[in-house]
Design a binder for this molecule. Structure first.
Ligand code: ATP
Length: 203
């Protein structure tokens, strides 16, 4: 087992929120690029309980399954950590509330919110975007088929994270499992095994 660094001593922390249903190789590669390019000491993978923009959709795997898959996927990286904060909170989690919590939990750390261009496009409609920008820096990366919405982020002091474009999504993985197709290398081997063993996404 890899010894993890202690996130409470981190001076810079990246918050990586998502549904992670399941976590996949693009998430991991992007988090590692963000860690390196923005010199982050720790990345917190924070699975959402009910993400605001997906709350109306069914079929999200139980929180404990998504959590376990993240743990399996990040096991070997000492800077990657799981946060159960949103999973354990009642109801919808808003980024602004999560950042407030992180400021209390990690008072010495500078926070960076990590988001893909597809999510960032909607940034101005999030709850209290001004507060978000006051509490955290923003690190944004491009996603294939989505323009990077730099105009939305002007004035936020965002940093751009350069990484290879990967046309990969959790939706594709779920669809392939349902069709009994291989998902090997789309997500780390232990996650592939977990999905098989627990019969996730079969229908
Ligand atoms: P789904 O297909 O279920 O909508 P997803 O693959 O988009 O899931 P999420 O957990 O919703 O995964 O994504 C979390 C974050 O990772 C988002 O900010 C999203 O922009 C980003 N992201 C996910 N996949 C990619 C990718 N292939 N390239 C760039 N960014 C990505």
């Amino acid at each position: 087992m890899t010894m993890k660094n202690d996130p409470t001593t981190a001076r810079s922390i990246g918050l990586f929120g998502g549904t992670f249903d399941p976590i996949h190789t693009a998430h991991l590669m992007l988090a590692e690029r963000a860690r390196e390019e923005l010199a982050l000491d720790a990345i917190l993978f924070m699975p959402a309980r009910i993400p605001p923009h997906k709350a109306h959709l069914g079929g999200i795997a139980p929180p404990e399954c998504r959590v376990t898959m993240i743990e399996l996927a990040i096991e070997s990286n000492p800077c990657f950590h799981l946060s159960r904060h949103e999973i354990e909170r009642e109801g919808i989690s808003y980024t602004v509330d999560t950042l407030r919590y992180l400021r209390e939990a990690y008072p010495g750390a500078e926070l960076t919110l990590l988001i893909g261009g597809d999510n960032a496009a909607d940034f101005r409609n999030w709850r209290e975007p001004q507060e978000i920008v006051r509490m955290a820096k923003i690190g944004v990366w491009a996603r294939p088929s989505f323009a990077l919405p730099e105009e939305v982020l002007i004035g936020t002091g965002y940093g751009r994270i350069e990484a290879p474009l990967m046309e990969l999504s959790s939706t594709q993985i779920r669809a392939r499992v349902a069709l009994h197709r291989s998902i090997r290398y789309m997500t780390p081997d232990p996650v592939v095994e977990y999905i098989e063993t627990n019969g996730l996404y079969r229908s």
